[in-house]
Design a protein around this ligand. Sequence first.
Ligand code: PHB
Length: 552
Amino acid sequence: MTAMTLTDAPTPAEAVGPLMRGIAVLREISDAGGRTSLSDLVRTTGLARSTVDRIAATFARMGYLRLDSHSAALTPRLMELGNAYLAGLQLPRLLGPLTEQLAEELDESVSLAVPDGDGVRFVHQTTRRRAMSLTFRIGDLLPAERTAPGPLFAVGWGEQEWVRWRERRAADPEDRGFSAVPPRTATDGGPGLEERAARAGKQGWALDDQLIEPGLIALAVPVRGPDGQVVCAVSAVSHTSRHSVGSLRQSLLPRVRKAVAAMERELRQARPAPSAPPAGLAAWTTASKQELGAEFVESLARGLTVLTAFGEGRPELSLTAVAEATGLARATARRALITLEHLGYVASRDRTFRLTPQVLALGCPPLSRTTLPDIATPHLAALVQTVHDSASLAVLTGDDIQYTARVATGRIMSVNITIGTRFPAYAASMGRVLLADLPPKDRAAWLARTELRALTPHTVTAPAELATLLDRAGREGYALVDEELEEGLRSIAVPVRDRAGRAVAAVNVAMHSSRRTAAQCLTEVLPELRATAARIEADLHVAGRFTHISSA
Ligand code: PHB
C-alpha cells in the first residue's frame, strides 16, 4: 500500500488509465530504492507483463528510466518532475542558505518539511547527520504523529483532517504505507497527536522524542509566510548520545527560533520570482510515431509532461497556460490534470492548478542521494562502447587526482587503475583540466609548492611549461597527455562542470599509444568525450538543482 495516493473518491470517467498505471510503476521503483526488476514490478503493481514492458519502454524513451535486460532504474532526469514542484514552492531557494547556516552553527542536521495530507514531507535536507541513525531524503514522507513538525501542522487541522488521520491510523496500524520509516510498534507514539498539537499551538515548537527510532530526537519550529500561514517547519535533528530532549530545548531552541525569524524576514522581503519561460516542449513530443516505436504510450507521456509546465514563477497555472507550455491540446491537458488531481499530484482552486508535495514521491528520495560517479557510469559505459577504450571519472583531492568511476575495456593495460587510485595531477590528462580550472591564485600556490617529478622521460617538469599547458587546456577545454604518466599510455580528458560552471570532475579516455596517434585522438575520441561530458552535465544539473550531489 502506498500512502497518500489512496483516494476513496471513485476514478473520474475522464481519467487517463495509462497515466495512472505509469505513475504506479514510477512509485514502485522509487519505493524500491530507484531500481527494480521488471518481474518484481509485475508482482507489486499487479499489471500485466506486456503493460509493464510498454510503460517501461515509454519512460526509457522519455529519458526517465534506464533499462537493462531485466531491470529498470530511475534516471537523474526524472528529478525534473520534483524540481518543477520545488521551483514553484520557492522555499528551497529562499531558505536553503539559512538552513545550511543553521546546521553549520548547531553542528546538527537541519531539515525543511511541508505538510502533505496527514504526513510530513521533506523539501530540504542538510547532510550533517552522523552514521548512527536513519537519515531522510528530499521527498520522504513521514506520518505526522511520529515527527516534530507533525504537531505544528496539525494545529491547523479541522475536524475533517482529524477524521482522516484517525482513519489512516486505524487502516495502517504499522505505518506500512510510509516506506521511509520502520514499522510502528505498540510503544511508539507517546502522548497522542491531539495533545502534542495543543501543546505545539501554545508553545510554538514541538519535539520528536525517539518516535521514529530509538536515539533519534528532533525539535521543530514553524515558519510563517507573509500572510501569517505556516508554510513549512524547520527541524534540528540530533541523537540521544549528543543531546537529551531537555538540552535540545535549552541550547538549540533559541538558535532555531532566531534562524526562523531570519527566514520569515527573507520570505517577507522576497520579490516574486520572475516567471521563467516554460521549460520548453519535451524532446519526445517532436518525434514521429514511427521514431517513438510501437511500444510508446503517448497518453502516458503527455500526461506526465503536464507536471513540467509548472516551475519557478509558475506555481499556479490555468488550463490554458498548461496547454500552451506543453504544446498539448486543451482537452488532453484537461484530462491529464483531472487524472493527476484524482491521484493527489495536482490541486485546483478557482480554475487554477498547482502541484502538491506528493510529486516528490516520483523518484526524488532515491535520486536525491545520487552521486556524480552514479550519474557518470552509464554514460562512460556508452562511451566505451563507441571508442573501445577505457573511460574514467576523477576528482582533484589535494595535489592528486583520484578515480571515482571507471569502465574498462577487455584490453590489457599495464597500469592497473581501480576506483580510488591516485595519480599526481600534473602528469595526468584529468589532472590538467582540473588544475586549469583552479582560480589563478590557487593555481599559482599549487605550482609554487608542488615538486614536478619526472615519472617518465616525457613528463613536463618545468613549471613555466606546465603553466602554458594548463592555460591551453583551459582555453581549449581538453588536455591530451602523452606518455608523461607512464610510457606507452596516452589519454585525453575534458572537464565536467556543475550548474555554476565549476569543473567538479573530469572524464577521460586512456589507451595504449599504439592504438591511435595524438591527431586521431582529437578527431576520433575528443568529440565523443565532449558529448559524454555534456550528457553527464545535463544529468548533474537536473539532479543538483535542489540538492547537493557528491562528486565522489
Ligand atoms: C529529519 O530531518 O531527518 C527529521 C526531522 C524531524 C523529525 C525526525 C527527523 O521528527
